[in-house]
Design a protein around this ligand. Sequence first.
Ligand code: CS2
Ligand code: MG
Length: 402
Amino acid sequence: MKIIDARVIVSSPGRNLVTLKIETEDGISGIGDATLNGRELAVVAYLQDHVVPCLIGRDARRIEDIWQYLYRGAYWRRGPVTMTAIAAVDVALWDIKAKAAGMPLYQLLGGRSREGALAYGHADGRNLEEALASVEKYRKAGYRAIRVQCGLPDIEKVYGVHVGEGPYEPAQRGLPEEERWSTPAYMRFVPTLFAAVRENFGEEVALLHDVHHRLTPNEAARVGKDLEPYRLFFMEDATPAENQEGFRLIRRATTTPLATGEVFNSVWDAKALITEQLIDYVRATIVHAGGISHMRTIASLAGLYGVRTGFHGATDLSPVTLGAAIHFDTWLPNFGIQEYMAHAEETMQVFSHGHRFEDGYLIVSEAPGHGVEIDEAKAALYPYQPAYLPVNRLEDGTVWDW
Ligand code: CS2
Ligand code: MG
């Protein structure tokens, strides 16, 4: 089954998205997501200049050999650009193999382990009143798990709080915007937020929160302790996780479940966190961590240590990643939870899929492959426009983690 063509499709339906399409001599094609928010063109160049020329003529059935060729053969291994490019190839090849076998991807991985993947939605508000109203909206929509993010008094823009209509989109056209942050204001407010949510919505709904890398390990320990009475499903990205050992300090201080890893791109980023059981959920995801093949490595290691997956699922991961993730979630024994942000209407003009949200769960597509397709003609209607994530600063101007 020779690869006869591989092309990179850059499109901006609602936001910049990059898709790799691989075609074989048998007439079967597959697609993979290659989107790296704010650095899209770096992955486009890596694929077009250094990967695609090496793919033509190879056997599309040799997924593992091609993965090893692109990983070990690059010499300069790991990193978000390299591993996103490898992921796009990997997912497209798994899509092709499943289509050739005439089965949905989850069957090829090992079959169903659950009826549906527990999903969490994003409730948010500029203030406590708006945040509570947003939680109510998600409860009425049938979500069993809800992430809650809220603005802070006197802070203009806070991660996870959208302004205006349409889904939350942190990347803004043009050069990076700068935002201001106050850790003390945040640490004072966040227990109040979850006390109010529990008071209004009771103990049953699973609550999640994304700290978004902004605390030191000791500050994270404090917030984890302060949130214990509200029994979160997980507290995410409490501190920048390149300092894996920093989580030892948090773990010693609090029983609030911890999740991290959406910025990870290989198993090596999570090895200590998993083997020392410093986290409860690993958030690395298919598009940025080397595809389905490498995510199986990460998820299998996690499973040995009681760590479950909690795939990152923001709208800057294309519908292709969401589709592939739901297949992976449906199969994986140590699945935890799937982040689910609805993509913009424009995005869904370009991509089609067969999965659905039902009673708080994501139900996988039964179509052969991962079930997601791209309409290249419609994709061409949305040209790329530079857009960047914000840069964060403390109130004294110090650059901080966004
Ligand atoms: C966030 C993301 O969904 C999440 O948990 O951390 O929205 C993240 O900010 C974006 O994916 C960055 O591109
Ligand atoms: Mg996050």
